[in-house]
Every structure is written in C-alpha cells, then in structure tokens.
Design a protein around this ligand. Structure first.
Ligand code: KG4
Ligand code: ZN
Length: 341
C-alpha cells in the first residue's frame, strides 16, 4: 500500500513540487527556477519571488500529478517548507499546501528546509542511515552537523559570517559576474590552468588553526576583492582569482569535516545544499573520507539546490512517524535553527 506525499518547496527563488511514495520512491518532480526574473536586479527580490510562486504552483502541481499518473484524490498528505526562508515566499507555499490539504481532507506536514537538504542524499542512496555527520553548504547556511536520527540534529559548528554559497556569489559579483554567480565562479576556477594559477599566491585557509568547527568566509571574499583591485582585471585574472578562492574554500571545508568526523568517530559524511554541486568540493570530500576509511554521500546534482523532491521525501518520513500539521494557522518561520526541533 504505502503512502503518497506531495511536496511543495517555495522558501526562496525556486518553486519545487514532487510526489514521493513510501514504497515506490520518487514518482515525479517539477521545478521552476526564477533565475531569469531576478537576474536583472542582481539578486533575489523577495516580493517578486512570492508573486511568482503564486503563479507557478497550480501548473506545477498539475504537471507533477500527470507525470506520476495520479489523481489528487490518491494523495495521502501534503508536505510544505515551513522555514527557514523568505517569509513571503514561505507563506505562498504554506497557504497553498494547507488549503489543498483542507480541500482534500488530508493532513499537511510542515518540513524544515535544512532537514530536507540534509536528507536529499538519501533519495539516491536509500540505504544511507542515521547517524551521520553532515556538511550543509547552501546560499544562506554553512553548518557542520551531527545527525543522530530523524528530527534530532546537533550543531557542531557554523559560519560566523557569510555562508559558502553567499561568499561564492559575492566574489563572483565583485568581478562583474552576473547573478547567480556561484556556479559560474566554480566553472571559471575549473577552467584555470595550473600554470596560470601559479602566478598568484594561495589564499588563506580561514580559522583552520583554531580549534572547533566554526568557519568564516567573509575574509576570503575581501582577499579576492584586494587581488581583483590590484590586478589588470582581465579574463585570465578572473579565472586565477576564482581558482584560488575555490581551492581555499574547499580545503578549509575538508579540514573542518575531517576534524568533525574524527571527533564524532563517524564513517559517514553527508553533503547537502547548493554548494554540494561543486565539483572540487565533491572530489575533496570523497578523497578525504576514503583516506579516513569512510564514505562521503552527495545528493544527485539536480537535488543539491532547492527542489520539491527533498520536501516530499522528508515530509513522507515525518508523516509515517505520525507528525501532522492539522491546525488552521500558517506557522512559517523566516529563521528556524535546525537543532531547535
Ligand atoms: O541550497 P541552495 O539552492 O539555496 C539555499 O537554500 O540557499 O543553494 C544555492 C547556493 C547559491 O549561493 C549558489 O551560488 C551555490 O549554492 N552554488 C554553487 C554551485 N552551485 C550552486 N556554489 C559553488 N559551486 C557550485 N557548483
Ligand atoms: Zn536551500
């Protein structure tokens, strides 16, 4: 039999919808990215994001149901992202999900966006089980977490300033690379030759000599700015700065993750969030975990950034444990620490 959960993600600038079946797995998913909408403004405009989610939700849900060959009467529950995120964007998804649940007389399930990111790797590796150590690297968060069991997370360390994705985006922007700059900066870094890279000294590895698991990335962004301002600002220089920035970020994260899995005696490292799509980070963490006799798990590239599948899946796990949100209130949270669950 099993249960069939519709997931709705609207925390930022992507409208994600998916259907997850507890026994058959992911049945269908659809994603609408607002990148083009926000590009002209150089970043996400919250009001525009909310209005666009309102426009996209109904067509995406219809599309997902038809891809899964399901009628909405066959849904068991509706999961939605309740936070953290942009408050207006969250409200559109929550309002839609709870109204639909009420109309269909099925439960709604509130999902924590960061927990959904953490569990995204389980979509492609269902055998991956708790406990595990996790590196969450998104546009808004950078945290090292011990995941003990569903809903029980311990924060080991986090960034004291910029999130990694944010630092990638800001570093790209200061060199004139259009929003969203993170993936473009990574592509430039990967295109830099070793010979060109050797013309510039390496960037620092922030906070690696300090004990603990906290991180800081705003200094690296400033380092990149100084290097850029002193340079002739050519395309070659862009690649060289991107290369050293990426090397410094990845090596710093590898050092801190090695320390965390050592302390927690963990053989499993799960990577989550948009920066989890970064090629060098995937390579660095995979090699480090092999050296430590463990294994690094990543979501498929498609499910690193915001998506509905991770929300449908996380909602399904909580629904199976009896967690339902049957109030008639909209309880969304712009800020919501993962370990406050
Ligand atoms: O998890 P996500 O979709 O959104 C948040 O919940 O924040 O992550 C988006 C972030 C952006 O900052 C984007 O620049 C970054 O992930 N990102 C990357 C790459 N792909 C996405 N950063 C570095 N390398 C990439 N390949
Ligand atoms: Zn996210």
């Amino acid at each position: 039999m099993g249960v069939c959960v519709l997931g709705i993600e609207t925390s930022c600038d992507e409208t994600g919808v998916a259907i997850y079946h507890s026994e058959k797995g992911l049945l269908a998913d659809a994603l609408y990215s607002q990148v083009a909408l926000h590009q002209v403004h150089g970043g996400v405009v919250p009001e525009l994001a909310s209005r666009d989610h309102v426009k996209q939700l109904i067509p995406l849900v219809s599309q997902t149901l038809s891809k899964a060959s399901l009628d909405r009467s066959q849904l068991s529950a509706i999961a939605y992202t309740a936070g953290p995120g942009l408050i207006g964007a969250l409200l559109t998804g929550a309002c839609f999900a709870k109204s639909l649940a009420l109309a269909l007389q099925i439960p709604a399930v509130a999902v924590h966006h960061l927990e959904a990111h953490l569990l995204a790797a389980k979509l492609s590796t269902p055998a991956l089980d708790f406990p595990f150590t996790a590196l969450l690297v998104s546009g808004g968060h950078t945290q090292i977490i011990m995941a003990h069991q569903l809903g029980h997370y311990e924060l080991l360390g986090e960034t004291l300033d910029d999130a990694v994705g944010e630092a990638f985006d800001k570093t790209a922007k200061l060199m004139g690379i259009a929003y969203p700059g993170g993936p473009k900066l990574a592509a430039l870094a990967d295109a830099c030759s070793i010979k060109d890279a050797a013309t510039c000294p390496p960037f620092p590895r922030p906070m690696t000599t300090r004990a603990g698991f906290d991180l800081s990335f705003s200094g690296l962004k400033t380092h990149a700015l100084m290097a850029w301002q002193k340079s002739n600002q050519s395309e070659d220089i862009k690649r060289i700065i991107a290369y050293h920035f990426q090397q410094a970020v990845v090596e710093t994260l590898v050092i801190k993750c090695r320390r965390a899995i050592g302390k927690m005696q963990s053989k499993r490292l799960v990577v989550a969030g948009g920066v989890g799509a970064n090629r060098l980070l995937r390579q660095g963490l995979t090699e480090m975990m092999e050296e430590e006799g463990g294994h690094a798990y990543f979501p498929s590239i498609h499910f690193c950034t915001d998506n509905g599948a991770m929300v449908a899946y996380t909602g399904c796990l909580h629904f199976l444990k009896g967690q339902e949100d049957n109030t008639h209130q909209l309880l969304v949270k712009a800020r919501w620490p993962l370990n406050a669950n």
